[in-house]
Design a protein around this ligand. Sequence first.
Ligand SMILES: Cc1ncc(COP(=O)(O)O)c(C=O)c1O
Length: 393
Amino acid sequence: MFESHTDLHLPGPTIVPPAVRSAIASGLEADTLNYRSAAFTELLKRVQDKLRRVVGSDGTPLILPGSGATGLEAGIRALVGRGDTAIVCSAGFFAEYAVAIVERLGAQAVRVEAEWGTAIDPTEVATALRAHPGARAVIATHCETSTGVVHDVRAIAESVTDSDAAFVVDAVSSLVSTELQADAWGIDMVLSASQKALMLPPGLAIATVSEKAWRAIGERPAETFALDLVGYREAAERGATPFTPNVPLIHGLDVACDLILKDGLDSSWRRHALLRDMTRDGVRALGLRPFAEDAHASSTLTTVALDDADAVRARLLHDHRFVVGGGLGRVAGRVVRLGHLGWTTPSGVLRMLAALEASLAREGHEVPLGAGVAAAQRRWLDTSVAQEPSRGS
Ligand SMILES: Cc1ncc(COP(=O)(O)O)c(C=O)c1O
């Protein structure tokens, strides 16, 4: 019986909290499934208000049925068409999704690149924009989920603000785990998805769009029907969707946003940063190397270089029912990706490190058992003490 319990430490999909599950179930009731109803309009408007706070954008958030890639395609398609140019910051597997979308639209993707494991240099984006002043969009991945690097989208936004290009950010795996303030930082489009730190099952794509981007979108007719953001906006402003929405997940999103906002976004960003630091200290104490450079390490996941990555992942699953991510693209088989986002706690990270230590030992690695857990505990204790209010007079 106990063997059936699985611990999910993927960088998405993540664990769905009990309150969110109940909310999703409530969205399956016969009377709630009718989305052409006053009750649904009320729900959608409430969720839009919460999402505005989560994304830091005053615009009307758009909720599309689909995965992260659906949102990316809808957003990029709205801005970029045949013969256009888009600048894509690329330093990993998921950034190449944006390149693929741009190229399939018949547009030119100009890459600004960095080594996998390192961050894009924002000054290179400025240089690319000078070389391609007609670029319709600059696209960056906030957290590159293949490498565990968080790119400095705030600094990149500063390079883009004075240009005609719209700045599009793939925040699929960073929203809620990593600070992001769309309007204040000058991000024109934030694209995200439900199955990461929003703590929902897969199935919703989320987009916010600035007025600058809406003006650019309005310059040409949409070449898509089901993914037309203008149609989504018109409906969203009435508290509706143009097509059948994923009603149960929107009920779940309502409650997930409550959990996040009640805790506070600051607190969420701090908690995720602690989980990151505990994980990095832990794996280093085991003699392993985090793949992402320290200065740009993601709070969503830690990618760890490991020659026998797939054997260790299989061992984690077999011996401990622990699911962690594998390598993607050019690092397939050479890294494990340890997720620490969403419904996750410091104790969860300690359990993950304990299972990792044992799995490494079983696979023949020389590991000082307990060292990873101890290093992570030390980080947790030091951070908790540092965050405690002063007990002085
Ligand atoms: C940064 C990033 N972008 C895009 C995607 C694609 O999302 P999906 O698989 O939901 O289409 C992912 C998925 O993990 C991601 O992490």
